[in-house]
Ligand binder design. Structure first.
Ligand code: ADP
Ligand code: MG
Length: 258
């Protein structure tokens, strides 16, 4: 089971969109067993998957508090489950602050489903607080979606630092890579930022770039992934290509081959 934390302390960079569409493609196309894990109190991933976050009886919050994952997850389609979140998760930082092992609550919970999934994709909140630390502690790899804009460069130093801090607790954690989102080749700045990132991050930068594409923004309001919403869109093509590259990078790691 390969656990991937999808994180960036900036909001609106494509974390949720990447988690959702990558997961769908891995399950549907590559026939992997995938758990989507919503770790953001906004519940955007749960919502995009067609759930109504506010009506859920149990969520990832309960799992962090000790409930079994089986009691809180839902199956979306063959090979694709979601462990949803809602606004209750906003209490987590406070609720678990005084607990022993508070940085390892998620890791502990995921141990119990180790044989059930090939991939767990964790959609992190836009901060580097206790929830993201839990995700990084549980993870084998960190995937960072980066919106190509000038300030992206400065923000990455912080996430690299966080990953290094966490590595003291979780020596398994590797930076799986960076994926560029909202890419628009017509904009000179986009090309410059992409070149600067390639210089600094080398092979860690995925060669697939996710283009700025309206279908990616429209699909979630229909409770759909981009492949169901518009097969032929750039968004669908880019996430299919990205999933293939992701598979190549992770297959063979941590029993993802069966
Ligand atoms: P995050 O989870 O990092 O906050 P989201 O995945 O929610 O970011 O993306 C922010 C917004 O931009 C959402 O409305 C989403 O539908 C839209 N979006 C995401 N990726 C793209 C893209 N490549 N092109 C156009 N819109 C996108
Ligand atoms: Mg999000």
């Amino acid at each position: 089971m390969y656990i991937c934390a999808i994180a960036n302390q900036k909001g609106g960079v494509g974390k949720t969109t990447t988690t959702h569409n990558l997961g769908v493609q891995l399950a549907r196309n590559a026939k992997k067993r995938v758990l989507l894990l919503d770790l953001d109190a906004q519940g955007n991933l749960s919502d995009a998957c067609g759930l109504e976050p506010q009506t859920l009886e149990r969520t990832v919050f309960d799992v962090l508090a000790g409930a079994p994952i089986a009691k809180a997850k839902s199956t979306l389609e063959e090979g694709l489950d979601i462990l949803p979140a809602n606004i209750r998760l906003a209490e987590a930082e406070l609720a678990f602050a005084g607990r022993m092992g508070r940085e390892n609550l998620l890791k502990k919970a995921l141990t119990s489903v180790a044989g059930e999934y090939d991939y767990v994709l964790i959609d992190c909140p836009p901060s580097l607080g206790l929830l993201t630390v839990n995700a990084l502690n549980a993870a084998n790899g960190l995937l960072v979606p980066v919106q190509v804009e000038y300030y992206a460069l400065a923000g990455l130093a912080l996430i690299r630092q966080t990953a290094e801090l966490v590595r003291d607790l979780n020596p398994d954690l590797a930076i799986l890579g960076l994926v560029l989102t909202f890419f628009d080749a017509r904009k000179t700045l986009n090309k410059d930022v992409a070149a600067a990132l390639a210089d600094e991050w080398g092979d860690a930068l995925f060669s697939t770039r996710i283009r700025d594409n309206v279908s990616l923004a429209e699909a979630p309001s229909n409770g759909q992934d981009v492949f169901s919403y518009k097969r032929g869109s750039y968004g669908a093509k880019d996430y299919a290509a990205f999933a293939a590259e992701f598979l190549e990078r992770t297959e063979g790691c941590y029993g993802t081959r069966g």
